[in-house]
Design a protein around this ligand. Sequence first.
Ligand code: ZN
Ligand code: ZN
Length: 364
Amino acid sequence: MTATKIHAAVCRKFGAPLTVEQLSLAAPGDGELQVRVAFCAICHSDIHYAAGAWGGRLPAVYGHEAAGVVEAVGAGVDGATVGDQVVVTLLRACGRCHHCARGESQVCGVKLALDRNSPLSDSDGNPVAQGLRTAAFAERTVVHHSQVVVIDKEMPLAAASLLACGVITGHGAVTNTAGVRPGSSTVTIGAGGVGLNCIQGAKACGAHANIAVDVSDAKLKAATAFGATHVVNPGMCDAKSEVRAITKGGADYVFVAVGITEAVEQGLTLLRRGGALVLVGMPAAGATARLEVLGIADKAQRILGSKMGAARIHVDIPQLIHSYRAGRLKLDELISARYPLAQINEAIAEVKRGAALRNLIAFE
Ligand SMILES: [Zn+2]
Ligand SMILES: [Zn+2]
C-alpha cells in the first residue's frame, strides 16, 4: 500500500490559528489500521495542546474524539475489518505490560511503532506529529488497533464520536474511578462537555443528591436536563454552605471536571468526612493546588486521579451505546454545532468562549 494524501488541520506554532494543509499519510503497518474520519469533536485537551499548555512536538495534528469507517487494515489486526464503523480513541495500549494486565490500560506507557514514527508528513517530507496519538482533525488517520472499538452500523457516527473522550472521561470517573454507590451524594464542579457526563453517570449510579456547580446559568440549565437534582452558582451564593445544606455536611464524592486548580481546593471544602475528591479536568503542566494535609488524613478523605474515566474502551463503549439506545444516556444533546474542517478555528473559538458543549468537525 502507498501513502494517501489527506487534508488536516496543522498546528505549526502554539497559540497561532491552525492551518488546513495537505499531508501525506503512510499506509497502516503491523497492528495498525486506517480510518476515514466521519466526525471529530473538539475537546478542551486539543485547545490546551494547541495553546502550548502541555508542550509536545510541532508541527502536530490534534483531534482525538472521533468516529469513522475502517478503510485499510495492516497485518496482525483482528477484530476490525474494512467497512467497520469504529470509535477512535487516544488510548493506545500494548496489551501486555503490568498496567494492561491489571486492566489499567489507560496508563499503559509502552511506546509502540506509531509513538516512534508518525505516519504523517508534510509536502516537504518533514514529519508531522500525531497529537494526542490520534490526529483526527484530518480526513483520515492511522492508529493502533487497540485504540478503536467496532460499533454496529446503526449507531450514528456523530453521537459515537463523543464516546471517544468526553463521555467516557466524565461517565467513567463516576462509574469506574469512584464507583459511586446508590444513595450517594455527588457534586460536579463544571457542567461542560465532561461535567455533564459526570452528572449523567451519577444519575445512572443512583446518586440521590446530584449537585452541579458552575458559574454559567446556561450550563446549570443543561445540568438539570442531564440529571442534576440541585444546581449551585458560586457567583450568586456561597457554594460551600449551599452544598453542606443539601448534603447535610458534605458530599460523598466531588468531581472536579474543570482544569482549574482553585476548583480542586474548593472541591475539598465540599466533601464530607471519608469522602472522595476525584480529579477529572487537567490544568496546565506544573500547576499546583494548596491542600491542608492534616485535614485530609484526619477526615480519612481520598483524592483520586481519573484519566479518561479509567475506561476499558472495549467494555465501556458498547455498554454506553446500549444505554444511549435505551434512552438512558444523552449524546445528541451534547452536540452544539457541526463545522467543516476549513472552519476549525471558528469552531475552536466558540468552545473557548464557553458557548458550546461539543462542536464537531464533520467530514461527511
Ligand atoms: Zn479529550
Ligand atoms: Zn501496556
